[in-house]
Design a protein around this ligand. Structure first.
Ligand SMILES: [Zn+2]
Length: 274
């Protein structure tokens, strides 16, 4: 009996270590991290190759700072999405650009997932590089998923006349699937919505145990970790996004979190767990 139990534990450990072993075999553009309690988070790069961010997108960054950090040729960054798996539950955080060369669906396929296997989509905000992949030919890509976004984000885009066609398409195509939340609400899979304002009206981060998915709090990590006050031209409210950036990074450090960022340099995680 005891031997059987030990061998069962051995098998479990073997399965668990398979998880980290698969990291070695993951192709470029895909990277998984194991989380407590048997969950796994996987970054999927949405672009076929990595692309640095131009320093021109960061007006407050001085030439001296750029030079001192060795960033004259651009800042290492990426564009992607994250998948959280726990048991049979599958959550997707943002959906990439949905351009003809987008790699999100290939990444899901690599994980053994079809779009219809995604149970939840948690949107950080509604820029095109985060929601373009939600739709294809006017139809929902994630037809079985509940789609979460913050109420301030939902409302904010309604007011952006002339710049909100894609957001309005999302609202219409996913009308029966969208669930808006207020910050502090409890969301599926034990996820907590964290207010992360500044980039867009209702930009959200999502926290679950030691994982925090931070969306677009940083587009050029090397520059913005050197000086939190440097915002991107993409940031709707540069001062508010700077404040949010500092607060969330400090929270991640204090609480020893794994930060996952849609534009972080590959593999798109900053790990404060140890
Ligand atoms: Zn973005």
């Amino acid at each position: 009996m005891k031997t059987k139990l030990i061998s069962a534990i051995g098998t479990l450990c073997l399965l668990a270590s398979c998880n980290s072993a698969t990291q070695v075999e993951e192709p470029e553009g895909i990277h998984s991290e194991s989380l407590k309690g048997g969950a796994t988070v996987t970054w999927i790069r949405d672009t076929p190759a990595s692309r640095p961010s131009s320093t021109k997108l960061f007006p407050k960054a001085t030439p001296e700072l750029i030079e001192s950090l060795g960033l004259n040729d651009g800042v290492p960054s990426s564009m992607g999405a994250f998948v959280l798996r726990k048991g049979d539950d599958v959550a997707l955080f943002d959906a990439g650009m949905g351009s003809p060369d987008s790699k999100l669906i290939d990444g899901l396929t690599f994980l053994g997932l079809a779009p219809e296997d995604v149970d939840y989509v948690f949107l950080t905000h509604l820029h095109g590089d985060h929601i373009g992949g939600m739709m294809k030919d006017g139809a929902a890509v994630f037809c079985n998923a509940e789609v979460y976004l913050s109420q301030p984000e939902y409302d904010g885009w309604l007011e952006m006349e002339g710049r909100n066609a894609q957001a309005l398409s999302l609202y219409s195509i996913y009308a029966d699937q969208i669930k808006t939340f207020q910050f502090g609400d409890k969301l599926p899979m034990g996820i907590e919505a964290v207010d992360a304002p500044g980039h867009t009206p209702g930009h959200a981060a999502y926290k679950r145990n030691e994982l925090i998915v931070v969306g677009d709090i940083m587009h050029a990590v090397a520059l913005q970790m050197a000086d939190f006050s440097i915002s991107a031209t993409y940031d709707g409210d540069p001062e508010l996004s700077a404040k949010t950036r500092e607060e969330i990074v400090n929270m991640a450090k204090e609480q020893k979190l794994l930060m996952a960022g849609m534009h972080f340099p590959e593999p798109a995680f900053i790990d404060y767990r140890k």
